[in-house]
Design a protein around this ligand. Structure first.
Ligand SMILES: Nc1ncnc2c1ncn2[C@@H]1O[C@H](COP(=O)(O)OP(=O)(O)OP(=O)(O)O)[C@@H](O)[C@H]1O
Length: 288
């Protein structure tokens, strides 16, 4: 439904997004990962029609997005500053405005979310804390019921219970009203259960795309006595190591051959899934 063709986003000499061909299907939840400066915000704002492509195209169901109200009214992007209005605007006025501008906006659902996130409709945007501003962004984004709803680090400043509430509300409403979500995040481990597919953007290019389980299956964690683990992983690609007293866990890249699996069983080593974060760090060039 949303598609880019040879999309380029450029700021002077800086190319933030390079020749990107991307298609996102309707009715799925996508996670957008990438290191600082990878081009996530540039991509999201161009998909939303906030920014004109420097080259290439962005289309929603075959129609251009930029300066096309028919498309942009079906797309909602909540930016990482959580700002969805002027600082002096009251939350209720911002929601009223959103309801008049967005055909699918659900006022009753917005009221429900305001209660769930304990937000006071009479307050101004400028009077909210950082986490409350993000929560209000989530209210506006979810209640928009836009065909394509994008959150750029929606959880910034939110405490853990509020992030959990965000995930719960998103999944519940997605179940009741299927649509496409694209969520950028740096909280890879915590947010990944939400994603049906993950996109990793690196230096403006799509580095990896696939199911979370596929990504996870690109590595394996080996746990056991430190000296045995060290011998076992010799010659293999080690992504990360963690020692817990005499026990060690090593994250390996790639799958193990039968011989290594038999050896692991013989030495009583435990084989398990890897932390996505370790894989992400490896795929995007390691720790600087
Ligand atoms: N307004 C701008 N003017 C000039 N360069 C910009 C501008 N906005 C972004 N860039 C550059 O474009 C590149 C991509 O930035 P972008 O904000 O899209 O990355 P990001 O993946 O969202 O990063 P982060 O995770 O840090 O938020 C960076 O090199 C950045 O310096």
């Amino acid at each position: 439904m949303i598609a880019t063709n040879a999309l380029q986003v450029r700021y002077g000499d800086t190319i933030a997004v390079h020749d990107l061909d991307l298609e996102l299907a309707a009715g799925r939840i996508y996670g957008l990962l990438g290191r600082n400066g990878a081009g996530k915000t540039s991509l999201l704002s161009t998909l939303a029609g906030f920014r004109k492509p420097s080259a290439g195209t962005v289309t929603l169901d075959g129609r251009p997005v930029f300066e096309t109200l028919e498309s942009t009214s079906r797309i909602c992007l909540i930016g990482d500053d959580g700002a969805v209005g002027d600082g002096t605007d009251r939350l209720r006025d911002i929601l009223d405005m959103a309801a008049t501008l967005r055909p699918g906006f659900d006022t009753g659902y917005a009221a429900h979310l305001m209660d769930r996130f304990a937000l006071d409709r009479k307050k101004t945007l400028g009077a909210l804390s950082r986490g409350q501003r993000s929560a209000f962004g989530v209210v506006a984004g979810l209640a928009s019921r836009a065909a394509l709803t994008m959150f750029d680090e929606a959880h910034l400043g939110m405490d853990a219970p509020t992030r959990q509430l965000f995930a719960d509300e998103l999944l519940a409403d997605y179940g009741a009203h299927p649509r496409t979500f694209l969520l950028s995040t740096h909280l890879i481990e915590e947010q990944s259960p939400l994603f049906e597919q993950v996109l990793i953007l690196h230096e403006g290019r799509l580095l990896w795309r696939g199911d979370v389980d596929d990504l996870r299956s690109r590595g394996i964690a080996v746990t056991g006595p430190a000296s045995v683990v060290d011998d076992f992983v010799y010659g293999l690609t080690v992504l990360a190591e963690r020692a817990l007293g005499p026990t060690k866990q090593v994250t390996l890249y790639g799958d193990l051959d039968d011989e290594h699996r038999k050896l692991a069983a013989r030495y009583g080593l435990e084989l398990g899934p890897v932390a996505l974060q370790d894989l992400f760090i490896h795929l995007t060039g390691g720790v600087p």
